[in-house]
Write a protein that binds this ligand. Structure first.
Ligand code: SF4
Length: 219
């Protein structure tokens, strides 16, 4: 079987399976019609934070904040109080305030639509930038977080050491039609089955297509 055929089969299986799994929070927000600003803010909030906590914090914040201008009017302390208890909430409140200032002053209150411009914003790394361009603007991009990085290596589809290397390897190899949805599918698989330690290979719907590269202990 060719690599393209194998990845196509994997994606087809995961598309069916994801109906039984919780959808990662940022994708969920995109499906409910969120704008690039909300995708950007909720992705910043989601780093090192559980999905449920991110979702609740985003909802609290978006009841008060609808735009970068609204965010800029709040003090860091007010933002902190609204987003608590997301991980590093004080640092994220500071970043969000700075992001709002830049968006208002430099971009006329709009979120930029390129990875390069997004990466200039404080607290925004490649994962966030890729999520904003893919989910917020529907442009090609591959959001590689720890789940995508780990699973793509276990599948033997890439052989890389960091999420950033994985992103560039996937840009070379993964058919473009899968770029946007791969994050959602593999994050769901990673949260439910393909855990960092001791993945549940015996319950995994793609086990027959996975060489389990580097997996030492599994269930
Ligand atoms: S078979 Fe195991 S290692 Fe491969 S994707 Fe499934 S859970 Fe992960």
């Amino acid at each position: 079987m060719s690599e393209n055929e194998r990845i196509r089969k994997i994606i087809e299986i995961l598309r069916k399976e994801k109906k039984n799994w919780d959808v990662p929070v940022v994708s969920l927000m995109a499906q409910t019609g969120s704008d690039p600003f909300k995708i950007l803010v909720s992705t910043v909030l989601s780093l090192r934070t559980k999905d449920k906590v991110t979702e609740e914090a985003s909802n609290r914040l978006f009841q008060v904040v609808k735009s970068p201008e609204d965010l800029l009017k709040l003090t860091e302390e007010e933002i902190s109080n609204l987003i608590y208890p997301v991980g590093f909430y004080r640092r994220k409140a500071k970043s969000l305030k700075e992001i709002a200032k830049i968006l208002v002053e430099k971009y006329g209150g709009k979120v930029p639509s390129t990875i390069e411009e997004l990466l200039k914003l404080p607290g925004v790394g490649r994962k966030t930038a890729n999520l904003v361009v893919t989910l917020g603007f529907g442009k090609p991009g591959i959001c590689v977080d720890t789940h995508v990085h780990r699973i793509m290596n276990r599948l033997g589809y890439v052989k890389t050491k960091t999420p950033e290397e994985t992103e560039f390897a996937l840009r070379e190899k993964l058919p473009k039609e899968y770029w946007i949805e791969i994050n959602e599918l593999l994050v769901a698989l990673g949260q439910h089955i393909c855990h960092p330690t001791s993945p549940k290979c015996s319950q995994c719907p793609i086990s027959g297509l996975c060489p389990k590269v580097g997996v030492k202990r599994r269930r």
